[in-house]
Ligand binder design. Structure first.
Ligand SMILES: *Cc1c(COP(=O)(O)O)cnc(C)c1O
Length: 353
């Protein structure tokens, strides 16, 4: 019955999210979720929301959540946009800020949702190749005519970060273009661009609760930038969905920010496991890109990534393999608990023997 589709729908190639298996006995290292549960304060806060209150619409402006985020990050509530996961925040970013005469620039190897949004919203884009070290070279973005720029920092799926100085250089070189820095993984060792926000009205930083705050299932994300950028996004949001943040998600998200000690402790545990796993994979002969995220991107000179991924799956371990030609020899492996990392390394020891 696809004759009922709007014409645009026929042209879409939707994003394919990492597999969320229905069985629970797998070691799931394929979608960069946090191996640790959210803070107990999150559970308590969500349990304290009375079911009766769900009768009422939530605050359309999410004032409490914005105030909490503003206090923590040292900005004002009108410099914050909140949404249902950063994927939704990014949808508002693309609609409100990234469609211009000149193309949007992003890396050829990056978060694969970006080209999907471009096709959905009719945004012209150019994929700028990473250099031979799989790094973003800011020089490739500074001299080029463009409508806007977006990239994750650290980049995904490489895990490689850009220094703050490079981002500042870009903001200065492209004052007419919005530069969106998707900081989904920044808490695991990247340098946040937030301190540049007050000086550069063309900077927008996007964050998520899904990775470092162990709340992928709650769907909360936000953006921080000049009030004019935020207002542009609010205009689109209020033309689309006035109440995206539900009462439970708001309570959980606020509580997460109130337990900073737990946040720091779990992030550090993931970083420690990443360093240990990197050493173990290198001992097995893998080349591991230098990651500042909660995953590693690794390839083995003697074994194809596709066969290794299949071998791991037979051993009930799932990792991510991308069929993109430049990276099809790599596996992206999320950092699990120390036990999960050990089992991954044990399985790869057998598969590369
Ligand atoms: C995981 C991820 C997101 C999406 O996160 P959600 O908040 O769960 O929608 C956005 N950008 C990048 C680069 C990611 O890896």
């Amino acid at each position: 019955m696809s004759q009922f589709w709007s014409p645009l729908v026929r042209t879409l190639t939707p994003y394919v999210p990492g597999e969320q298996p229905k069985v629970t006995n797998l070691i799931k290292l394929n979608t960069n979720e946090n191996p640790y549960p959210p803070s107990p304060a999150v559970t308590a806060a969500m349990q304290a929301v009375s079911a009766a209150s769900l009768r009422l619409y939530p605050d359309p402006d999410s004032s409490q959540l914005k105030q909490t985020l503003a206090d923590y990050h040292g900005v004002k509530p009108n410099e914050i946009f909140v949404g249902n996961g950063s994927d939704e925040v990014l949808a508002f970013v693309f609609m409100a800020l990234l469609k211009h005469e000149s193309p949007l620039l992003f890396p050829d190897i990056t978060y694969s949702f970006y080209p999907v949004y471009c096709r959905l919203f009719g945004i012209d884009y150019v994929e700028v190749p990473l250099n031979d070290e799989m790094k973003i070279d800011i020089g490739d973005y500074t001299g080029r005519e463009c409508g806007a720029i977006i990239f994750p920092n650290p980049n995904a799926p490489t895990g490689i970060p850009l220094p703050l100085s490079a981002i500042e250089q870009l903001l200065q070189a492209q004052p007419q273009a919005v530069v969106v820095v998707d900081e989904a993984y920044v808490d695991f060792g990247g340098e946040t661009a937030l301190p540049l926000m007050q000086r550069y009205p063309n900077l927008l930083v996007v964050r998520t609760f899904s990775k470092s705050r162990s709340l992928a299932g709650l769907r909360v994300g936000f953006a921080v930038g000049h009030p004019a950028l935020i207002e542009g996004m609010e205009r689109v949001k209020n033309s689309f969905n006035s109440y995206p943040m539900d009462r439970l998600a708001t309570a959980g998200a606020v509580a997460s920010y109130q337990d900073d000690a737990y946040f720091r402790q779990t992030v550090q545990a993931v970083i420690d496991s990443r360093e240990e796993m990197t050493r173990a994979l290198q001992e097995l002969g893998f080349t591991v890109l230098p990651s500042s995220a909660n995953f590693v991107f690794a390839r083995h000179p003697a074994f194809s990534a596709e066969s290794l991924a299949a071998g791991l799956r037979e051993r009930a371990i799932i990792v991510r393999h991308f069929k993109h030609p430049r990276i099809d020899q790599y596996l992206r492996i999320s950092i699990g608990t120390p036990e999960e990392c050990q089992q991954l390394v044990a399985a790869l020891t057998l598969l590369t023997a």
